[in-house]
Design a protein around this ligand. Structure first.
Ligand code: DGP
Length: 141
């Protein structure tokens, strides 16, 4: 994709602090880290986000993410790791080339988890029904 920052990093047209690379994906340090060592795992094939990724690539990317998360945790002496993907602007996605965030965390790093909010009466059952109606049956093989 000509205007994609991550495609340019993958092609070597923009610099990045890479920590891992194979034929399917690359991992490099996020330029605006939540904590030092915040790493992005990026499939080389241009996909918009998780919902656009073929399953074979999801498998490869998440298996690599687990291994890279272990290295990031050890290399930064982190006490925990957040692993996440933002999908679409409402969730915070700003770079529209799929990527997994690996974020080192510390017990006293001052970052709060997202606040939860309680369901209203009947709301959980209703949303459960709507999600079930959207799930393809073959997913439960
Ligand atoms: P997201 O909100 O999930 O789309 O996160 C995009 C992340 O990409 C954000 O944390 C900052 C990072 N980022 C943006 N541009 C660059 C860049 O040119 N180089 C690197 N290394 N990271 C970038």
């Amino acid at each position: 994709m000509p205007d994609c920052i991550f495609c340019k990093i993958i092609e070597g047209k923009l610099p990045a602090q890479k920590v891992y690379e194979n034929k399917d994906l690359v991992a490099f340090l996020d330029i605006h880290p939540i904590n030092p060592g915040h790493t992005l795992i990026v499939p080389k094939e241009h996909c918009r986000n998780l919902l656009d990724m073929p399953e074979r690539l999801i498998e490869k990317t998440f298996v690599a993410a687990k291994k890279i998360a272990e290295a990031v945790q050890k290399g930064t002496n982190a006490e925990g790791i957040n692993v996440g993907m933002n999908n679409e602007p409402a969730s915070g996605q700003v770079v529209f080339h799929a990527h997994i965030h690996i974020i080192p965390r510390y017990n006293n790093d001052g970052l709060k988890l997202w606040p939860g909010k309680p369901y209203q009466d009947g709301q959980a059952r209703e949303i459960q029904k709507r999600i079930l109606a959207e799930l393809p049956k073959e997913i439960f093989c």
